[in-house]
Design a protein around this ligand. Structure first.
Ligand code: GUN
Ligand code: ZN
Length: 430
């Protein structure tokens, strides 16, 4: 068992932040659980009285917050980040599709997976839903490395059997057999989950999308991930491939790919009927504002998300940073852009919720990760609000916790991450 004394952030079921200025979090093993869980949390005096004699790690002055949840990221794109292009499609062709071909080599995939998980730990991200590449080796490397580190991670082999270069393009039948085998090999092993991963409509044949839908129907507890309505040229391409479809999102519906545990990145250019479709199918949107700003894709409309499962994502390598602070910052900027139209701003606690408990809820992992309530898996991040002179100075002036949280969003980066705690082992990874 382990107990940490610090200022503790958690969320109630209504997405309200609960700040314990002088808090205590107690973690330990639970019979039958794959990892350590939160056993108790609350004000230091009250919690400590319930656990007499418990050895306490005194971290007063630091914040203990839920590990961040990245709803959409591409682990193979660590070397694609910061590649300039005129927009999504040229960026894919010129950089992404070229680079991802290297992942046919298991050694390349293994090295990238190690680097990726090191980066996540440096930034306080403890759960992610990640694309791998179209190569089976890329999934094995991702899963094996996540397993070694005891992380709750979800990933999947990209399906892309058309409009893709040799070396990245897969073969329809085999791609589905491979996906099935990968589900058997990795899904539900410890904290690992599998995601059926058609890249996006243009790069999968109708047969591949149909096969993905059949897999999704057979494995209801497996995730589905893809991209939708990110970029105007992409949308026009989909419309030319499916002229009879009502919308881009409707193509996924047609193939049985909208359901709970299906997560679509972006969704910038959806119409009202699309939003109804997402609600009806309990399908999630992963908002990736840093990527949308970088690729000039557009400004996500947060006002449309009422009743839709949704949260924040880095979308590295389209995204500019692994840092949850950078993503929350970008979300703030993007919401500001639409504010005159929608009247909506994202409060500091909303921003944090969307990247922790809210993102977990959108992944159908509410109460499992992304929060520090009793029974949650004990993935947490210890933050230093004095990590930089400016951060310390600004937070000292904060008149409320909300203001301090917002200062961390605007001024924070990985220097504020003192330690990333991963539930089974609870050792320093940062
Ligand atoms: N659409 C299809 N593939 C990708 C990708 O790798 N990144 C982003 N941002 N959009 C995509
Ligand atoms: Zn993406």
């Amino acid at each position: 068992m382990k107990a940490i004394r610090a200022s503790v952030l958690r969320f109630d079921d209504e997405a309200r932040a609960i700040w314990e200025r002088d808090g205590l979090l107690v973690m330990g093993p639970v019979a039958g659980a794959p990892c350590w869980q939160v056993l108790d949390v609350g004000p230091y005096d009250a919690v400590h009285a319930r656990w007499p004699g418990l050895d306490v790690d005194d971290q007063r002055g630091h914040w203990l917050v839920p590990g961040f949840v990245d709803m959409h990221v591409h682990y193979p794109q660590i070397d694609v980040i910061a590649s300039p292009a005129d927009g999504l499609l040229p960026w894919l062709e010129r950089y992404t599709f070229v680079h991802e071909q290297r992942f046919a080599d298991p050694a390349v995939a293994a090295e990238a997976a190690r680097f990726f998980f090191d980066e996540l730990a440096r930034h306080g991200v403890t759960t992610a839903l990640s694309f791998c590449t179209s190569h089976v080796a890329s999934v094995d490397a991702f899963m094996a490395q996540a397993q070694t580190r005891g992380l709750r991670m979800i990933g999947g082999k990209v399906l892309q059997d058309q409009h893709s270069p040799e070396g990245l393009r897969d073969e329809t039948e085999q791609s589905l057999l491979d996906s099935e085998a990968l589900i058997q090999r990795w899904h539900g092993q410890g904290r690992l989950g599998y995601a059926i991963t058609p890249r996006f409509v243009p790069t999968s044949s109708a047969a591949q999308l149909a096969g993905a839908g059949e897999l999704a129907a057979r494995h209801g507890d497996v995730w589905v991930q893809s991209h939708v309505a990110e970029n105007r040229d992409e949308i026009a391409w989909v419309a030319s491939l499916y002229p009879q479809a009502r919308s881009y999102l409707a193509v996924y519906e047609q193939f049985g790919l909208l359901r709970p545990r299906a997560v679509y990145a972006h969704g910038i250019h959806l119409d009202a009927d699309d939003w109804d479709l997402l609600r009806a199918h309990e399908t999630a949107i992963a908002t990736s504002p840093s990527s949308n700003l970088f690729l000039g894709s557009g400004f996500f409309d947060f006002a449309k998300t009422l009743g839709v499962r949704h949260g924040l994502a880095s979308d590295v390598g389209g995204g500019m940073s692994f840092s949850p602070f950078a993503t929350m910052r970008a979300a703030h900027v993007v919401a500001r852009e639409n504010q005159s139209k929608t009247g909506l701003t994202l409060s500091p606690e909303r921003l944090w919720w969307l990247h922790t408990a809210g993102a977990a809820q959108a992944l159908d992992l509410a109460g499992v990760v992304g929060n520090l309530q009793v029974g949650a898996e004990a993935d947490a991040v210890l933050l230093n609000p004095q990590a930089t002179p400016l951060l310390a100075r600004r937070i000292a002036q904060a008149e409320s916790w909300a203001e301090a949280m917002f200062a961390m969003v605007v001024l924070g980066d990985e220097r504020a991450v003192v330690r990333t705690l991963v539930a089974p082992r609870l050792e320093a990874m940062a």
